[in-house]
Write a new protein. Structure first.
Ligand code: HEA
Ligand code: HEA
Ligand code: CUA
Ligand SMILES: [Cu+2]
Lengths: 390, 214, 124, 663
């Protein structure tokens, strides 16, 4: 921290010299830095950034030095004579019109080149991913594999991933700072973006276009993994969910399930839960939960392969295999799941998912969940079931 | 702009002017310049959305099932619009005649041509009212599709400008009747005329871009 | 940048005071008259008829149709502005006030059409 | 002077308009209106600033819980809207109003009543938008309100309605003022004041007016579309009807980028007045300064899509807009360098005004350079919608516009009030602001580069953003502290500041030949302008002898000043009793006809605002319609008709009464 702090102070003194220091410090302290790219796209951008930084810094230093010099050299001292009235100097003025023009040419040329490089068509061998923005969560589809998931994206290292970006409602913007620049998700349009992840890690992704109440709560996670791991993940995602269609005990996907990765600190959501929202900690029973789920209103919005086909909310077929929920703002554990089910709008401003716990007040609709609301026990069972959906 | 129009009258009477031009006239030209951007935005929008409506009716093409539940014929009525266009063009002629009459101090003709211009403007509005109602009957409302929205708002705003112009003309006519307009009022008629002609040229553009070009 | 020239547009007429009628001297008095006006009206009518006429001829399918129409309406536009709005005879300040914005408006319109993937002319 | 005397066609204004609150409500004097703009805008600056302070407090640490996400969204929307439309624009308008007629040597603006109208429309629009706070329904769509988020489908409720209606009203104000000043500057310049002799601030004002009258029609159209969509169900931005959200973005930014130059050019103009005075040296390369203003304004219309690099316009459009954007750096650079050239070889006196002016030169450059970094499209894909952008535009807006405007306030306060602002408090204000400003906004560069998106109501821990946010928040409160010095200074000095005298700074332009504050008719007789720096010609002819345009055989300028002669004291200290002795003849004694004060512009603006605000009730009716009940009441229509009636009556009344009692 302190080394970082010192570096900042020097930074304000001499931008260039220190920018490298910051970069050195980044991996530890700044997990979402755009200055430590991990894809060819990221590096292309970084190249341009460094160039503009250097040129910009030169301009900055020259202008400020000149300013400081003038301030000290020409301050009025008593008895200093009336200055000579100069009205201009054509040669000078032409010079300082041309020099910036030249500097800009040095920025413009690589800029245009990079524009065309990075906006070329993606390799046909690329992994196709469909990204669909929703208020306020992300849907990821892998058409080549028939896999649908939410808020957690798996990418094989070394294989180009090509994204088709769409939105269900308003504008959003798809941003993984360490991997690539932004692309907006535009209503009634499809945008494209591709890059090749170069190292395996867990990255944070954000929505970067203001999209309403919970724009600030629309994150996602990206797991760049070894190809073998990726295949395993695909397999487990394709497998039928636990409690199959019939709910005959924890059969199904369980055995193919990949162990949930443990997250680095920066990927663990720290969002505090709303004060006053709690569940009498009854340990839930997955089987009962599975049974309840079929009859609950959840099915109106959520899909669980072979059980329900709702498509308003995230697909829950393998929700248990995810590390975070609700736009990656809460860890995926019984506690948070229960609170979420009990009163989502309290957990996430404006959430489309209504409050479902009995007696809960729904800030969105302004109504209290009366009869048919879920008891804490039922909620615990549902949570247990969802966690079992590995 | 009418605001600006008579405002500086007294000022001009004794204030120095750097260009020898009249404040009001400079003002109206600045206003017209700004109106160019206003109508450019409206026209751009119309053209951008042209052919992007997902349901009929459409300006130039008929729309038959299954594309449209009920068969819809092409909306625009060129003959009628040509008529109204002609009327508006003529109104511009009347306007210049009214102006020169006022400059000449010819009370009789100033009234006649002012009235004529206002009448022509009113006729144009009549045509537009007819056009709009018949469109609604043929199933094109402002809420129907992109074409409906952009068409009615573009032509509607033009119509609003014509209305304002007619009111302005009637006001002048009224003054003419009350105390008569003479050379000293020429400038006030002139700026009204400039506004009126501008509304006319805007229609010249709309007529081609919206009605004639597919 | 010593030389201080004075753009004509701004040339002041120190003696261009304004009389009580608010009508200014120094303003170019020459205005077109009925003779001009009736010709202008005639031309406008003829062109309009022409526009509508070709709309009903097979020429409509010709790819010169749109450019022709645009040219004709541009011509009408210019005629009205120059003669009815007597921009042709008036102070060049007015010309600047009108043509400047018109150019910006045109550029904006055309570039918008390109940005939305309509070639400027063949819209729809 | 007019000789034809007609009998007065209307009774002169009631005497109550002469003094007290009425004298403000009914004023048509550009100097009074200028002050109204000044103090209103400063009031809104405090409001916008307090909003900013809440934002910063919320973001001080991770997972801030000071305000709810919903409130936060209202805060940044209103903060941005307020600062741009209710602070910087009206502050500039304050100087247009107060200075332009003085600088061009006119008695008033071309259309004094239209001018009053502009102010009252501005104030009612601003108040209207802020009223929404009291029902906790402040606008929440961001200051550029992207569709479709701002359409009814995704933003039911009145928040966005308040924003749209407010913007529409404010637009009317800016447009009306725009035409007024164009005419004033074209046609009311004193004898001998060629365009190339105009004070540089007047030039900046002149070009800014063109930006206004050409950019505002576009936003008017865009906003009208959205209003029609929300209130009457049209489809301009209706997703279901196949609308293209980029239509709003293009129209908005086609206005939005010229708008940012509307925000900076007046500040540039003020700085170009301050630097020469305190360098005792004419502006370096005046003609080039003029041309660069014009060029910046023109290019400003060709770069709008640089706000949309992430929407996928395709490589060709991206490249074009990238390059046009870079071009703007050239004329802007020329200005920076010419300012340096102005100070070079001068004898600089560091008054507070000078400090703020130099602050602009130093700080705007930083914001400009980050702007150039955005203009490189791929790089911008990382920067856009991150705090790096927030850093950019606060460096140009606070470090540029606000610094320039503060310089202007310290420089012209003596002319406006006749009293000096305290230099001690002023210097404290500057230095605290300077430190606070950099502490607040410099770390935002790192926040952006380290991946912090903008417009987020809170952020998780361990993202590496905590330290920079701490610093930024502390900086913001330092800024607030500094601003308090300014508030105190303004209040105290109005009453007890040192007497200024005509020309406390030894400035070159003619407004300084007038007593402070100037008489209502400004100039007893119109000045005859013979050079760019008339007062310097008078005081130090030997220096200005070489000024090319006064060497053209023109006779020395003859500026007659009512009351005392031109005072050239540095601080007005030896003029303590100046205000007392300056007793200049009234307009009446001099036989100068002055516009009659009238309340009609105020009434007209009220009518206009009422008419617009009626729309708010439309929302309730829509709810009923949505509930399948026919709208039982039509309050909205009623209110709009009422407002319309008031407007039209007031307007006709105003138009048909001559500006001045005939004499
Ligand atoms: C006062 C207002 C103001 C001004 C003057 C500017 C000036 C500039 N702005 Fe800025 N801008 C804003 C206000 C302003 N901007 C605002 C409010 C936004 C955000 C809107 C939003 O999203 O909310 C924005 C956003 C913005 C973006 C969009 C970023 C994004 O959202 O992705 C871009 C992109 O190109 C940009 C570029 C520029 C450039 C190139 C200039 C140039 O004019 C700068 C030119 C000046 C210099 C370069 C410095 C001096 C020059 C020299 C010393 C010469 C030598 C220099 C070089 C050779 C580099 N601005
Ligand atoms: C001229 C324009 C201007 C100015 C001056 C400022 C000034 C400030 N802005 Fe500005 N800001 C914008 C224009 C401006 N801003 C715009 C356009 C946006 C984008 C909005 C959007 O995204 O839609 C924005 C967004 C914005 C954000 C990003 C919000 C987000 O994206 O989530 C932040 C965050 O820190 C911020 C902070 C500040 C701060 C700390 C100041 C400080 O400089 C404020 C300093 C002033 C004060 C502190 C006031 C002093 C108050 C007192 C002294 C109290 C006295 C009280 C009484 C007497 C009653 N602003
Ligand atoms: Cu989605 Cu912001
Ligand atoms: Cu911009």
């Amino acid at each position: 921290m302190t080394s970082f702090h010192r570096s900042r102070q020097r930074l304000t003194l001499a931008l260039t010299a220190v920018s490298s220091l910051v970069i050195a410090a980044c991996d530890k302290i700044t997990p979402n830095s755009t200055l430590t790219p991990h894809s060819e796209f990221g590096r292309a951008i970084d190249g341009l950034w460094r160039e503009t930084l250097v040129l910009g810094t030169i301009v900055f230093v020259l202008v400020e030095l000149a300013l400081i010099f003038v301030i000290f050299r020409f301050r009025r001292r008593d008895g200093s004579a009336q200055p000579k009235h100069v009205h201009g100097n054509t040669t000078l003025e032409i010079t300082w019109t041309l020099i910036p023009a030249v500097i800009l040419a040095f920025i413009a040329v690589p800029t245009v080149r990079t524009i065309f490089e990075t906006q070329a068509k993606a390799k046909s061998s690329a992994l196709q991913v469909e990204v669909i923005g929703h208020q306020w969560w992300w849907e990821f589809r892998y058409p080549q594999y028939g896999v649908v998931t939410a808020n957690e994206l798996y990418l094989p290292v070394g294989r180009t991933a090509s994204f088709a970006l769409k939105t269900q409602d308003v504008l959003h913007s798809f941003w993984i700072p360490e991997l690539a620049g932004k692309r907006d998700l535009i209503t009634n349009r499809t945008n494209y973006l591709w890059f090749t992840p170069e190292s395996s890690y867990v990255w944070n992704g954000f929505c970067a276009e203001y999209c309403g109440d919970s724009h600030g709560y629309m994150h996602f996670r990206v797991f760049t993994v070894a190809p073998a791991q990726f295949d395993a993940w695909i397999a487990s995602q394709k497998s039928p969910p636990a409690f199959g269609g019939g709910g005959a005990g924890p059969a199904g996907g369980a055995e193919t399930a990949t162990a949930r990765p443990t997250l680095p600190l920066h990927a663990v959501p720290s969002t505090p839960t709303p004060a006053g929202l709690a569940v009498a900690t009854a340990s839930g029973d997955a089987a009962r939960g599975a049974d309840l789920y079929k009859r609950s209103m959840c099915i109106a919005c959520h899909a669980v392969q072979g059980v329900s086909a709702g498509n308003i909310g995230p697909n829950l077929t393998h929700v248990g295999s995810r590390t975070t929920i609700a736009g990656s703002i809460y860890p995926n554990d019984a506690h948070h799941l229960m609170l979420w089910i009990k009163n989502a709008p309290l957990m996430k401003p404006g959430s489309i998912m209504p409050a479902l716990g009995a007696g809960q007040f729904d800030r969105k609709t302004g109504m209290t969940v009366a009869a048919g609301g879920l008891t804490d026990q039922q909620i615990a069972d549902l949570a247990a079931y969802l966690l079992a959906l590995k | 702009m009418a605001t600006a129009a008579l405002d500086s009258h007294a000022l001009a009477a004794h204030h120095y002017s750097s260009t020898g031009l009249d404040n009001k006239k400079i003002g109206i030209w600045a206003f017209i310049g700004s109106e160019c951007l206003f109508f450019a935005s409206l026209i751009s929008t119309y053209l951008i959305y042209k052919g992007h409506s997902i349901t009929g009716p459409y300006p130039h093409e008929a729309c038959n099932p299954p594309a449209c539940a009920t068969p819809l014929k092409a909306i625009l009525n060129i003959p009628v619009t040509s008529m109204s266009t002609f009327v508006l063009l003529m109104s511009s002629l009347f306007m210049v005649l009214a102006h020169s009459a006022v400059v000449r101090g010819d009370r009789k003709y100033s009234k006649i041509w002012l009235a004529g211009t206002a009448l022509a403007g009113a006729t144009f509005l009549g045509f537009q009212a007819f056009e709009f109602t018949s469109f609604v009957h043929e199933g094109l409302k402002i809420t129907t599709n992109l074409f409906g929205s952009s068409f009615f708002v573009l032509t509607g705003f033009h119509g609003a400008h014509v209305t304002a112009g007619v009111i302005w003309l009637i006001t002048l006519l009224f003054i003419d009747m009350k105390r008569g307009l003479g050379p000293r009022d020429a400038i006030n008629v002139d700026i009204c005329a400039l506004y009126w002609h501008f509304v006319d040229v805007v229609w010249i553009a709309i007529f081609t871009l919206v009605y004639l070009i597919k | 940048m010593a030389a201080d020239h004075t753009p004509g547009a701004s040339d002041t007429h120190p003696d261009a005071h304004v009389d009580a009628h608010g009508v200014t001297h120094g303003e170019h008095p020459h205005h077109p008259d009925w003779a001009t006006y009736k010709w202008v009206a005639l031309i406008l009518t003829v062109i309009t008829v022409g526009e509508v006429w070709i709309y009903y001829t097979p020429f409509k399918e010709n790819r010169l149709f749109v450019p022709t129409l645009l040219f004709m309406s541009a011509f009408k536009f210019a005629t009205v502005v120059m003669f009815y709005m007597h921009l042709k005879y008036d102070s060049k300040i007015f010309r600047v006030l009108f043509v400047g914005p018109l150019i910006i408006a045109m550029i904006a319109l055309v570039s918008l059409l390109f940005l939305f993937g309509h070639l400027a002319l063949k819209t729809g | 002077m007019a000789t034809t005397v007609a009998p007065p066609r209307h009774a002169p204004a009631p005497p109550k308009y002469e003094r007290g609150v009425w004298s403000w409500l009914a004023t048509v004097d550009h100097k009074k209106i200028g002050q109204l703009y000044l103090y209103s805008a400063l009031g809104f600056f405090l409001i916008g600033g307090i909003e900013a302070l809440i934002i910063r407090a919320q973001l001080y640490g991770p997972d801030g819980r000071l305000v709810s996400a919903e409130t936060y969204n209202m805060l940044f929307t209103m903060h941005g809207t307020t600062m741009i439309f209710m602070v910087v624009m009206p502050l500039s308008a304050a100087f247009f109003n107060y200075l332009v007629p003085l600088q061009v040597g006119a008695r008033d603006v071309a259309f004094p009543r239209l001018n009053a109208f502009s102010y009252w429309v501005f104030i009612s629009g601003s108040l209207f938008m802020n009223v929404s706070w009291f029902i906790h329904a402040a606008p929440n769509g961001g200051w550029f309100g992207y569709a479709p988020l701002t359409t009814r489908a995704y933003s039911p409720g009145v928040n966005i309605d308040f924003w749209l209606i407010g913007l529409q009203i404010l637009g009317v104000s800016s447009l009306a003022a725009g035409f007024n000043f164009i005419v004033t500057i074209v046609n009311m310049r004193a004898p001998g004041m060629h365009l190339m002799r105009m004070p540089i601030f007047t030039w900046a004002a002149f070009i800014t007016q063109f930006l206004i009258v050409l950019a505002f029609p576009i936003i008017t159209v865009a906003v009208t579309f959205l209003m029609l969509d929300r209130f009457f169900g049209t489809n301009f931005y209706t997703v279901a009807a196949g609308a293209d959200p980029l239509l709003w973005q293009h129209l908005f930014w086609l206005f939005g980028h010229p708008e940012v130059y509307i925000l900076i050019l007046p500040a540039f103009g003020l700085v170009s007045e301050v630097l020469p005075t305190f360098s005792r040296k004419p502006l370096f390369g005046y003609p080039v300064m003029v041309y660069s203003i014009i060029l910046i304004a023109f290019l400003g219309f060709g770069v709008w899509a640089h706000h949309m690099f992430a929407v996928g316009m395709g490589p060709i459009a991206d490249s074009i807009f990238s390059i046009t954007t870079m071009l703007i750096a050239i004329p802007t650079g020329v200005k920076i360098f010419n300012w340096l050239g102005t100070m070079w070889g001068g004898s600089l006196r560091f008054t507070t005004a000078m400090l703020f002016a130099i602050g602009l030169v130093g700080l705007f450059t930083i914001g400009g350079i980050s702007g150039i970094m955005h203009s490189s499209v791929p790089a911008d894909l990382q920067q856009t919608d991150s705090y790096f952008i927030v850093a950019h535009f606060h460096y140009v807006l606070f470090g540029g516009s606000m610094m320039g405007l503060f310089a202007g306030i310290y420089y012209y306060f003596p002319k406006i009030t006749g009293r000096m602002l305290s230099e001690e408090l002023g210097k404290a204000h500057f230095w605290i602001t300077f430190v606070g400003m950099n502490l607040t906004f410099f770390p935002m560069h790192f926040l952006g580069l380290h991946g912090m998106p903008r417009r987020i109501s809170s952020y998780n821990a361990n993202q590496g953003w905590d330290l920079d946010n701490h610093i930024a928040t502390i900086g913001a409160f330092i800024l607030a502290f500094g601003t308090l010095f300014f508030v105190v200074n303004m209040i105290r000095s109005r009453r007890s500041g040192a007497i200024a005298g005509n020309d406390p700074w030894g400035a070159p332009s003619i407004e300084w030949s007038l007593p402070s504050p100037p008489p209502d008719y400004n100039y007893a007789t119109l000045p005859q302008i013979t050079s760019r720096y008339p007062l310097w010609d008078r005081k130090a002819p030997h220096l200005t002898a070489e000024v090319p345009h006064s060497a053209r055989g023109d006779k020395q300028s003859t500026i007659r000043v009512a009351g005392s002669a031109v005072a050239t004291a540095e601080y007005g200290t030896d003029l303590q009793d100046d205000l007392a002795v300056v007793s200049f003849p009234s307009a009446h004694e001099l036989g100068i006809p002055m516009p009659t004060p009238t309340i009609k512009p105020l009434l007209a603006s009220l009518g206009l605002s009422v008419a617009f605000s009626g729309l708010i009730y439309r929302e309730k009716e829509l709810e009923l319609i949505a509930k399948m009940q026919p709208a039982t009441h039509h309050v909205s229509i009623a209110i709009m008709l009422l407002g319309g009636a008031i407007f039209v009556t007031a307007l006709y009344n105003w138009l048909l009464t001559p500006l001045e009692p005939e004499h």
